[in-house]
Design a protein around this ligand. Structure first.
Ligand code: NAD
Ligand code: UD1
Length: 346
């Protein structure tokens, strides 16, 4: 199949790209490198020993996007491109609406122009907001609590309307829980700019000595040990969910929202202990005040992913921590200083 990846140079995009190439698909990556580096794509090239197209461009550039898409003639699009920092989205909401929502409309128009009506979209469990039940299924009400989450909700609805208006359209909205981990080779992984907002990269950097201590946000939640509980899903499992979603989109019409999570909860302290096992190092931490906007627990009911996509998570918490540590220890500064030319040779 011919698959078009917006945001394919990013964390989840680069892992999905590797799996797509490994399965023999032809890929075009379209990315403006706002939050990623060409070095990641060079690494994928050596890792998979396969070539693929790369176009530097912004999804808001409609004519350019449509031209690239018409030339590539994709069977399906996976739409990763977007801004994803919750705090930043509260400070700069219009940036988020413009980049994520306007960018997605431009993308759908370009798809129409190129005659491609299959899309897999990177949504998030953040669309559910405050959980009303222990495990969230897709019928849980949508009530995101920040502008980033609202962009995901609006894009889901826009894609749903687009699919409703086109009888030949097929859309899968993948609601990711908490992606973590890295490719087993340690050649690609998560490379956040500045101070990581998310737990797993922060803990990795503490283990590596790049940061002194972890702040655990809240020790008084109604969970097993008082710390927040999340559903961590290995990024390779997540990548495989995209491939299953494309297969589903090839065979079906309409628009489906599907949770992508392991279906089991891990507390922040359990994550810290798992990292200590994986690294053999102590992770110093302090328990501090809750982070505003955090929910106590967020765990997927992944039954629909199993039923519709035949997908379940294969990797567990220890695999996540081992692979994250492998990436972190082999690349203490992420892709910083990696020469995209030198690494790009098969
Ligand atoms: P990422 O920042 O590593 O990747 C996003 C990619 O999109 C980057 O390469 C960036 O340069 C590119 N991009 C951003 N705006 C663009 C634009 N206007 N035009 C072209 N390219 C653009 O993030 P990620 O963690 O790989 O996440 C991928 C998608 O999954 C995002 O949409 C994110 O909101 C969603 N998501 C991520 C998580 C997570 O925890 N990582 C959870 C739920 C949903
Ligand atoms: C966050 C975003 C969510 C987004 C997801 C993936 C918020 C409120 N939610 O989810 O919208 O989809 O990232 O990008 O920001 N923690 C610490 N110390 C840290 C970092 C995190 O204790 O330094 C705790 C948090 O309080 C939480 C858990 O670890 O209990 C997971 O946090 P994080 O990795 O940021 O993910 P989410 O908050 O689930």
């Amino acid at each position: 199949m011919r698959v078009f990846l917006t945001g394919g140079a990013g964390y989840i995009g680069s892992h999905t790209l590797t799996e797509l190439l490994g399965d023999g698909h032809d890929v075009c990556v379209y990315d403006n490198f706002a939050n990623s580096r060409p070095a990641a794509l060079a690494r994928v090239r050596t890792l998979s020993n396969r070539d693929f197209e790369v176009v530097e461009g912004d999804i808001r550039q409609g004519d350019r996007l449509a031209g690239v898409m018409r030339a590539f003639q994709p069977d399906a699009v996976i739409h990763f491109a977007g801004l994803k920092a919750v705090g930043e989205s509260a400070a700069f909401p219009l940036e988020y609406y413009e980049n994520n929502v306007q960018g997605s409309i431009t993308l759908l128009r370009a798809m129409d122009a190129a005659g491609c009506r299959r899309i897999v979209f990177s949504s998030s469990a953040t669309v559910y907001g405050e959980p009303r039940q222990a495990r969230l299924d897709e019928s849980h009400p949508l009530a995101p609590t920040n502008p980033y989450g609202r962009t995901k909700r609006f894009i889901e609805e826009i894609i749903g309307d687009w699919a409703g208006a086109n009888a030949d359209a097929s859309a899968v909205l993948l609601r990711y829980f908490n992606p973590a981990g890295a490719h087993e080779t340690g050649r690609i992984g998560e490379d956040p700019r500045g101070t990581p907002n998310n737990l797993a990269p922060f803990v990795s950097q503490v283990a590596a000595g790049r940061r002194d201590r972890l702040k655990i946000f809240g020790g008084d939640y109604p969970t097993r040990d008082g710390t927040g509980e999340r559903d961590f899903v290995h990024v390779i499992d997540l990548a495989r969910a995209h491939i299953a979603a494309i297969d589903y989109a090839m065979a079906n019409r309409g628009c489906e929202a599907i949770n992508v999570g392991a279906g089991s909860g891990v507390t922040v302290l359990e994550m810290v202990r798992a990292f200590e096992r994986a690294t053999g190092r102590a992770i110093p931490y302090d328990i501090v005040d809750r982070r505003p906007g955090d929910v106590p627990a967020s765990v997927a009911d992944p039954a629909r992913a199993q039923a519709l996509l035949g997908w379940t998570a294969r990797f567990g918490l220890d695999d996540i921590c081992r692979s994250a540590w492998n990436w972190q220890s082999l690349n203490p500064d992420g892709y910083e200083g990696v020469d995209p030319e030198a690494d790009g040779k098969p």
